[in-house]
Write a protein that binds this ligand. Structure first.
Ligand SMILES: [Zn+2]
Ligand SMILES: [Zn+2]
Length: 491
């Protein structure tokens, strides 16, 4: 009925208990016939104003993720706007949708058949309708302001209802708890609690790799840090160019380990600026079958993690596509209360950066690691006071996240003088890292994300300034290190 007349525009808004109109319309996976879909599953209709808008670009991958984490449901998600099929296909590829079908409702016929309002420019609302398998409408919500994303809690409740139809236990709380565990690698046996954790730095530079005699002390690879344990844990923070050497190391270690099946671990991305993902195509373990990586990042950008990583591997940039990698790769957008990974608790906070960057806190076996790179202070400090800088300069979210950490890896790209000239560039200074560490009660501060313009001597002066700042604040014993490629620390 999609292409029928507009006579349906006077319909009143569909109500719970109404029978759904049975429409047919073009979709990204061929013609969508609602009646046919309802023979085997319930249907979730996601009406949204337009492809490519900021809100829709962020919202659709989140909704898809939410449904994915709800379990094996008999539920088809159809996202509907007036855009053409051509536009839908490009948009779905860009934002990395995998299971949501986009439906083209060019003349708002579907929209009007449910009595949804259409404005004079022909844009429909942001609305959500759930239809059960018998074709009865079970939930209807229309957002009062279509420029705002729909309520995630309302969608959670709706998906929980579908879960209950599919025999999952009742209760949203239980599902939320389940979801926190969903990003775990499924292992035959859970990993034992480790007695030894090792942190290794494979890339400590920001922005772009550097090489040459001026960089031999601290190294030139971009951001990549691994945390491993004596019982098999593997967490990788960011995949800058340092990931290449990490890959070689993991393959060597796996070769030497008797009876080991494959390399299983987590890749946790702070954000997707190039210096944090450019090593991924050179991370050899992803080319080998039998290895598995769960890749996690905050859903803070318009493209999902998978589509961003696929983008830098398109054939105009790189000869092997993401799809062709032989290892098992699972992508998760971390936006629901963090995650539980092999017995470790991972939480995160978004920090100030041109593309918001996530700082992570990982707690495992009583140890706490905080990885907080690529962020700048709220405001420039007006000189350095005799007490640690306050919330006007330092983001209190970071102080809270880093509370009591054994190791805090902190952006220290600039000297204070440089920071004053680079407001808005999204980076930090060693002295501010010290104030943050002291306020948070951190044991060991690691200065990270060195500027590519800084030679070894300049990085040493930034480290020296950090020591002086710690002394000035009455904490001469705060352990401070400038990260260097190849450095290993026991946690
Ligand atoms: Zn960076
Ligand atoms: Zn960045």
């Amino acid at each position: 009925m999609t292409q029928q007349s507009d006579s349906t525009s006077e319909n009143s808004l569909v109500k719970v208990g109404d029978k759904t109109p049975l429409w047919t319309a073009p979709g990204t996976e061929g013609e969508v016939r609602l009646a046919e879909i309802l023979q085997s599953q319930a249907v979730l209709l996601i009406f949204y104003p337009a492809d490519w808008s900021d809100v829709c670009s962020d919202e659709l991958p989140l909704l898809e993720e939410l449904v994915k984490l709800a379990g094996n449901l008999k539920l088809k998600t159809l996202a509907i706007s007036t855009d053409s099929l051509f536009c839908h296909r490009a948009f779905a590829g860009e934002i990395g949708l995998q299971r949501t079908v986009l439906v083209s409702d060019t003349r708002n016929a579907i929209c009007r058949s449910y009595g949804l309002p259409v404005d004079e420019d022909g844009f429909g609302p942001r609305a959500t309708i759930l239809i059960d398998q018998t074709g009865i409408v079970r939930r209807v919500s229309v957002e009062p302001d279509r420029e705002q994303p729909r309520s995630l809690v309302a969608v959670e409740e709706l998906v929980q209802q579908v879960r209950e139809w599919n025999g999952y236990p009742p209760g949203l709380e239980k599902w939320r708890e389940e979801r926190r565990h969903a990003m775990q690698l499924s292992r035959r046996q859970p990993l034992a609690t480790p007695t030894r954790l090792q942190l290794r730095f494979w890339g400590t530079r920001g922005s772009i790799p550097v090489s040459g005699l001026s960089y031999v002390r601290y190294g030139g690879n971009t951001s990549c840090v691994s945390l491993t344990s004596d019982t098999g844990h593997l967490f990788i923070f960011d995949c800058g160019s340092g990931a290449r050497e990490l890959g070689q190391y993991l393959l060597e270690t796996a070769k030497g380990a008797p009876g080991k099946q494959g390399i299983d671990g987590y890749i946790i991305l702070s954000h997707t600026h190039w210096d944090h993902i450019q090593g991924f195509p050179f991370f050899a373990p992803v080319f080998q079958p039998g290895n598995r990586f769960n890749i996690l990042g905050w859903s803070n950008c318009s493209q999902t993690l998978a589509s961003v990583l696929a983008g830098q591997m398109e054939k105009i940039y790189f000869p092997v596509s993401l799809d062709a990698l032989a290892s098992e790769l699972n992508f998760y957008a971390l936006q629901f209360n963090g995650a539980e990974l092999d017995g470790a608790k991972l939480t995160g906070r978004l920090l100030k950066h041109p593309l918001p960057s996530t700082a992570y806190r990982l707690e495992l076996a009583g140890k706490v690691l905080v990885y907080a790179t690529d962020h700048e202070p709220h405001a420039l400090p007006q000189g350095l006071p005799p007490a640690p800088l306050g919330d006007d300069v330092i983001d209190p979210k970071l102080v809270q996240l880093a509370a009591g950490a054994d190791i805090l890896i902190h952006d220290a790209q600039y000297s204070l003088a440089e920071l004053a000239e680079k407001v808005g560039w999204g980076h930090n200074a060693g002295e501010i890292a010290v104030d943050t560490a002291i306020r948070a009660g951190v044991k060991h501060l690691v200065l990270f994300h060195h500027d590519p313009a800084h030679d070894d001597r300049k990085i040493a002066t930034i480290l020296q300034a950090a020591h002086w700042r710690a002394e000035a604040l009455g904490h001469p014993n705060l352990r401070i290190t400038a990260a260097s490629d190849g450095m290993a620390l026991d946690l």
